[in-house]
Design a protein around this ligand. Structure first.
Ligand code: C2E
Ligand code: MG
Ligand code: MG
Length: 641
């Protein structure tokens, strides 16, 4: 490029020199010619004697020599040219007249010369440009190829206007590389599916912001957002559908960030730093300069509202809710990681409180969480070291107190904690799927125990085993139960399974089919804790169930509340019509028994009859007395003590 401009300059310089030289010669020749013609014309000449002429000063002499004149004099203070200064008298012309005349005569040829030269320069410049352009062609091609590689839709310009085009193309290239660099930086820190910031970059951002908050003494807030039932969406509609839900959720969260004025962008990247996808169905929002916890609550409520609106995917309308945990810096935690962890703890609490709600972290949540993780490890150890045992609670028929079945209830005597209630450890085992291993052991042990009592004469009573929702989902129900029966040599007619009402509501078609098959084998199925899960009553007609176990809470309410009593009454009537047996759980007092008897409930379970007992205790009680009855009716009698 530089060479090209040097060449152009050289040509221009050379042409100018030629132009000046030619003009000079032309001018000189003309001047001389004009002089003689003017003298001949004799119009403006003056005859003077030579003595009237004075030699001019040196500088005028030099000028006249340059202009080819030698006979230049001063006459009456005017510069004149003399015709023949060697004779006594001579003819003179004022130099100025001679010069003006000559210049006037020269304008036309010099202008023509100038135009010719100008055309010459232009032609040469054009030739040069053409030459350079052809040399630049491979450069254009390379630049075009580069631009095309950045942008598939890039339109090549046909008339490439020399260096100007190249400059524009290079500017374009510069812009594209800058965009590309920014994109690469973005790709490195954002989640591919939702294009939200990823966990790592988000934590870096929070660390920086918290450092600033520490200096300014301001608070910050962090929302941990977890979608409710997202796994079910994935399982029911497939992963690409689930991905689409996550993308739509991200868009809604982006709109919350905008509407709540929470934006934070780094100058070079088009990424929102206060919003991140932490992984799976977990998202988080960071709030700088939090004025009060009410502000965090307001934003969390807004997020819940946004996510509760129906999601439209293809032709499907689905509902998604979320649970939100809120942690506040520095009240809840002192480091970014701890802040996220505490928000996570609060989120779990929100999930436990019925989902679709938010919870703010409190210190006791932290100790609950530590207990949760401690018990989780202890359950794992207890399963491996076979430290669980089973107790059995009889369910009796109100007429004659004959044992209808025993419910197997798992017991855990922890080496240092002592007795830990199932209501504390079963949910943890379910959350972590440890219930699968534990549940396998419970079914084996309960069937083994019942098989030994069956062989001892208890042919007409059953063993009832609780099966949780996690087991229903992850075990292939039919083969799991049937293989346990054959392994323990227990007839199907001696087994019953209890499934809570809430699990029934969520049960898939496959689970219902497996339950129907088990029923066909002779296994009884009970709906447990009925009255707590808000199932519709029509569910009872559709499900493969034999027994309705009414939750103790419902029964204790019916004792004091006439409305509950009426509902209880209609449940019993309806169950009768559907040919379902009704069991009342948690009967502790005689007046409860009387009420249930009066309502027509035939089966009773509760401390009034017996607490859950060890197998030794039960064996003693049923096989020491009433042996003749056992032989007659295939079960025993269990009277309250
Ligand atoms: P559930 O299946 O409804 O079991 C009945 C619960 O009520 C048992 O509590 C039993 O001890 C208690 N109970 C019985 N009669 C009375 C009474 O008169 N008054 C009171 N207050 N309580 C009574 P437990 O053994 O603490 O078990 C609690 C829950 O833990 C069970 O409720 C069941 O959902 C679960 N569970 C227990 N064992 C297992 C098991 O092996 N597998 C699974 N998946 N869940 C189990
Ligand atoms: Mg039960
Ligand atoms: Mg129950």
């Amino acid at each position: 490029m530089k060479n090209q401009s040097i060449n152009v300059r050289r040509i221009f310089f050379l042409n100018s020199i030629i132009f000046i030289l030619v003009s000079y010669i032309l001018f000189g020749t003309y001047l001389l010619k004009n002089e003689s013609s003017l003298f001949k014309a004799n119009k403006i000449t003056v005859d003077v004697s030579l003595s009237a002429l004075i030699e001019p000063p040196a500088h005028l002499k030099v000028i006249s020599t340059i202009l080819f004149f030698h006979d230049v004099y001063l006459h009456k203070e005017t510069l004149v040219v003399a015709n023949s200064p060697r004779s006594e008298n001579t003819v003179i012309i004022p130099f100025r007249t001679l010069l003006i005349n000559t210049l006037v005569d020269l304008v036309a040829p010099i202008t023509a010369l100038f135009v010719v030269l100008l055309i010459l320069i232009m032609c040469m410049t054009l030739i040069n440009i053409k030459k350079y352009n052809s040399k630049l062609k491979p450069v254009y091609q390379k630049v075009d190829a580069l631009l095309k590689s950045f942008d598939d839709n890039y339109q090549e310009i046909k008339n490439k206007g020399g260096l100007i085009y190249l400059e524009t193309a290079l500017d374009n290239l510069k812009e594209q590389t800058a965009n590309h660099k920014a994109k690469r930086e973005e790709d490195g820190i954002c989640d591919k599916l939702t294009t939200l910031l990823d966990r790592h970059a988000y934590m870096d951002h929070i660390s920086r912001e918290i450092e600033i908050s520490t200096q300014t003494g301001r608070k910050s807030g962090l929302l941990f957002i977890d979608l409710d039932g997202f796994k079910r969406v994935n399982d029911s509609f497939g992963h690409s559908f689930g991905d689409e839900v996550l993308v739509q959720v991200s868009d809604r969260l982006r709109s919350v960030i905008r509407s709540q004025g929470l934006e934070f962008k780094e100058t070079s990247l088009d990424l929102e730093y206060n919003l991140a996808r932490l992984g799976g169905d977990e998202f988080s929002i960071f709030i700088q300069d939090l004025t009060s916890s009410e502000e965090a609550i307001r934003i969390a409520s807004h997020v819940l509202q946004e996510l509760e609106r129906d999601f439209l995917l293809g032709n499907k309308n689905i509902k998604i809710s979320a649970s939100i945990g809120i942690a506040i810096y520095p009240d809840s935690a002192a480091t970014p990681n701890a802040l996220l962890q505490m928000a996570d703890v609060a989120m779990y609490r929100a999930k436990a409180h019925g989902r679709g709600v938010y919870r703010i972290y409190t210190p006791e949540m932290g100790s609950e969480m530590r207990r949760y993780h401690y018990l989780l490890e202890e359950i794992r150890l207890a399963i491996n070291s076979n430290s669980f045992s089973l107790n059995y609670q009889p369910i009796i028929h109100v007429d004659g107190y004959t044992i209808s079945y025993f419910e197997a209830l798992v017991r855990w005597h922890h080496p240092s904690e002592g007795y830990i209630r199932p209501s504390e450890f079963i949910p943890i085992a379910e959350d972590s799927n440890l219930i699968l291993a534990l549940g396998d052991w419970v079914l084996d042990e309960a069937c083994r125990q019942m098989a030994s009592w069956y062989n001892a004469g208890m042919k007409k009573s059953r063993m009832s085993v609780n099966v949780s929702g996690v087991q229903l989902k992850h075990r292939s129900l039919y083969s799991w139960i049937m293989s346990t029966l054959s392994k323990t040599n227990l007839p199907a007619s001696s087994l019953m399974i209890e499934i809570t009402e809430s699990c029934f509501i969520e049960a898939s078609e496959d689970i219902i089919l497996a339950l129907e098959k088990l029923r066909a084998e002779g296994i009884m199925i009970a709906i447990d804790d009925f009255g707590t899960g808000f199932s519709s009553l029509s569910l009872l007609a559709d499900l493969p169930i034999d027994i309705l176990k009414i939750d103790q809470l419902f029964i204790s309410k019916a004792m004091n509340n006439i409305k509950y009593k009426k509902i209880l009454c209609s449940i019993v009537t309806m169950a009768e019509q559907l040919e379902l047996k009704v069991v009342a759980e948690g009967i502790e007092q005689i007046d409860q028994l009387d009420l249930l008897k009066s309502l027509g409930v035939a089966y009773i379970q509760g401390y009034l009859i017996s607490h859950p007992q060890s197998s030794d205790y039960i064996a003693k009680k049923i096989f020491q007395k009433n042996l003749s009855i056992l032989a007659q009716i295939g079960t025993s009698i269990w009277k309250p003590e």
